[in-house]
Write a protein that binds this ligand. Structure first.
Ligand SMILES: Cc1ncc(COP(=O)(O)O)c(C=O)c1O
Length: 377
């Protein structure tokens, strides 16, 4: 077992092959690459079928999908409850809509927003809950749905990590009013950059397609429903290039295989690490959930997390921490938040380590990761 400084076992690897190469070339040859050409349409149709959802709008990123969701469904001055253990995109989207992110604590086992903590944060101004299915593990959507119904709140699912993951047999991202997916290069289905906005609500879809297309009714024009298109509302440019849609389309076609390979790898790594379970916290799969193993996150509550990461890295294993909680960030402090306010979030963020997890991970590499961790711990 030798130490080195290059990552022989990277955190992520794309699952791209000839199909993605061919699709990108075909998209380049057949058009200009602008958005909403035939590949974007095919991508939307395939996602609609696979997810069992009525409307899909491909977007330039998961961030763009979240911004579109907020622009459609959140009014100025509203409060939106969300986890602090997430990416800045969630809070940015809400602030850009003129609303306020209100951070709620997470569950110590799932690292997802805790329904009891959501209830504590509800005020007269609360209009929405933005949930994040961290690592592709489902939030407790049954309890969250009950809270939303009782308080008349919109639910936006940040399913950036969660394509192919399920809750009670249903696809994550399709359980709230709006779902937002990411095709970022690290994601299970990756096109480099990219995302998708999904909803079953026709009125939300109608607003979204206008905002996404610079505030114009161009989408309706493209469907042949009108002879001209024009500016009808304030909008943004959030569509996905057809070249990236072509790559995303091939990835979505392979999603079942990708999810299956990740599941097999995660099960193998879990078995290998089980021997160390007195020294670390392994990922926990809640009843009724079927994760897509986008991230394999362990926690080391009794030893310096940063030391474990740097040791793993010295052995060529690209381990990594994850989010610095938003309420403790520079911007979070500008919003008036302070360290100490969300104890579970702070505990999880300071003890969590992401280990390599991707479809091409070999058993010998997982044996190595487990052996190195055993040595360190
Ligand atoms: C929870 C979460 N939401 C949203 C995003 C943003 O996705 P994108 O990089 O596609 O904009 C990320 C980024 O990885 C994320 O981790």
């Amino acid at each position: 077992m030798s130490k080195n400084n290059s990552f022989t076992i990277p955190l992520h690897k794309t699952f791209w092959g000839r199909e993605e190469e061919k699709a990108a070339i075909d998209a380049i040859r057949s058009g200009t690459g602008v958005g909403d050409l035939s590949y974007s349409e095919k991508l939307a149709k395939l996602l609609e079928k696979d997810l069992g959802i009525k409307y899909v709008l491909p977007t330039g990123s998961g961030t763009a999908a979240l911004e579109l969701a907020s622009a459609c469904a959140i009014k100025k001055g509203a409060e939106v409850i969300m986890p602090s253990f997430t990416f800045s995109s969630c809070a940015n989207a809400v602030i850009l809509a003129g609303a306020k992110p209100v951070f709620a604590d997470i569950d110590i086992n799932t690292y997802n927003i805790d329904p009891l903590e959501i209830e504590k944060k509800i005020t007269k101004k609360t209009k929405a809950i933005m949930v994040v299915h961290y690592a592709g593990m489902a939030c407790d959507m049954e309890s969250i749905d009950k809270i939303a119904q009782k308080n008349n709140l919109i639910v936006i699912e940040d399913a950036a990590h969660a394509l192919g993951a399920k809750f009670m047999g249903k696809n994550l991202g399709t359980l709230g009013n709006i779902g937002c997916f990411s095709f970022h290069g690290t994601k299970n289905a990756a096109s480099g950059e990219g995302g998708a906005f999904v909803t079953n609500d026709k009125s939300i879809f109608k607003i979204a397609e206008i905002i996404r297309e610079k505030g114009t009714n161009r989408s309706s024009f493209m469907r042949g429903e009108r002879r001209k298109y024009s500016w009808v509302n304030v909008g943004r440019s959030l569509i996905l290039s057809d070249i990236l849609s072509a790559i995303a389309l091939e990835q979505v076609k392979k999603l079942e295989k990708i999810t299956d390979l990740r599941k097999k790898n995660a099960e193998y790594l879990l078995k290998k690490l089980n021997k160390l379970s007195s020294k670390l916290v392994l990922p926990q799969v809640s009843n009724g959930t079927s994760p897509n193993w986008h991230i394999f996150a362990i926690r080391v509550p009794r030893i310096s997390r940063d030391k474990v990461i740097s040791e793993l890295r010295m052995y060529g294993v690209e381990a990594s921490f994850h989010y610095l909680p938003l309420h403790m960030s520079v911007m979070g402090k500008k919003l008036g938040y302070k360290a100490g306010w969300l104890p579970v979030t702070e505990e999880v963020a300071s003890t969590l380590i992401r280990l390599p997890m991707h479809p091409r991970l070999k058993r010998s590499e997982m044996d190595f990761i487990a052996a190195v961790l055993g040595k360190i711990l």
